[in-house]
Design a protein around this ligand. Structure first.
Ligand SMILES: [Zn+2]
Length: 254
């Protein structure tokens, strides 16, 4: 496989640091489309495939017994999704769904498992990625508890447009409410507020970011904290961004 055609940062990093392992893995990689809102794996199901997004975004989604759900982390072309089985973990209590469509390379978990404990480079890349997921999960807990619907929606749209590298993408209100968390009415009101301020617009299922700088200002500090650990070069987690006093003014949501 020609690495010049691969945009996934983690695979590119592996090709550079452990070319012999990458050559092995590359033979087993299968390009698959990431279809909009497709479910790659349900909560508590085994991760039979490891997904390396080349474009698009995959969300880790937690759900209640009543069926309410919220995004708790996301993976773009900097990382990998579905690594539990490869790391010897039976299942995880969250599902994987496609947030933004694109393309991924998938690898059977059995193949990933063969290499992960014998190849230091692959092991370190996956562990660094797992660390960035843990930071995202912790930040999600803080965000959902302390930040308002406007802050959370701004954070989510800011990060999503950053991963999409676009200020225009297809989204439904229901999907946004599910990802941002909280009552649909609260998320709709937050969207109306941002629209009234001229920061976003939406029509017929298409979300348009009109003022990304202002959107960033409206977002809680979680936007910067998550951005700092989601690197596009596949090098894994970094320290969370220092929080500015301006962004430390957290308010209770709902
Ligand atoms: Zn937040």
């Amino acid at each position: 496989m020609n690495t010049n055609r691969i945009n996934n940062g983690l695979l590119r990093h592996l090709a550079k640091s452990a070319p012999e392992v990458f050559a092995h893995v590359a033979d087993e990689l299968e390009p698959v489309p990431l279809d909009r809102w497709a479910r790659l794996c349900g909560a508590h199901e085994r991760h039979r495939w490891v997904y390396f997004p080349d474009s698009g975004v995959v969300s880790l989604v937690g759900a209640t017994a009543e069926g309410e759900s919220v995004q708790i982390a996301f993976v773009g072309n900097e990382g990998v999704a579905g690594i539990a089985d490869a790391l010897g973990i039976q299942s995880m209590p969250f599902g994987l769904i496609v947030q933004l469509p694109g393309l991924a390379y998938r690898l059977p978990s059995t193949v990933a498992k063969q290499h992960v404990f014998s190849c230091t480079a692959l092991h370190d890349l996956l562990m660094a990625h797992a660390q960035s997921m843990i930071i995202q999960l912790a930040q999600s807990a803080i965000c959902n508890r302390f930040h308002t619907a406007v802050q959370r929606l701004s954070r989510w749209l800011f990060l999503t447009s950053g991963r999409a590298k676009s200020d225009r993408f297809e989204l439904t209100h229901d999907f946004v409410a599910e990802m941002v968390g909280g009552p649909r009415t609260a998320v709709s009101q937050a969207a109306a507020t941002l629209r009234r301020l001229g920061i976003i617009d939406y029509e017929r299922g298409v979300m348009i970011i009109r003022n990304r700088t202002q959107l960033h200002r409206m977002a809680c500090e979680c936007a910067d904290a998550v951005s700092s650990v989601v690197r596009s070069d596949g090098a894994g987690a970094t320290s969370p961004a220092r929080r500015s006093p301006r962004r430390a003014r957290a308010t209770k949501s709902r």
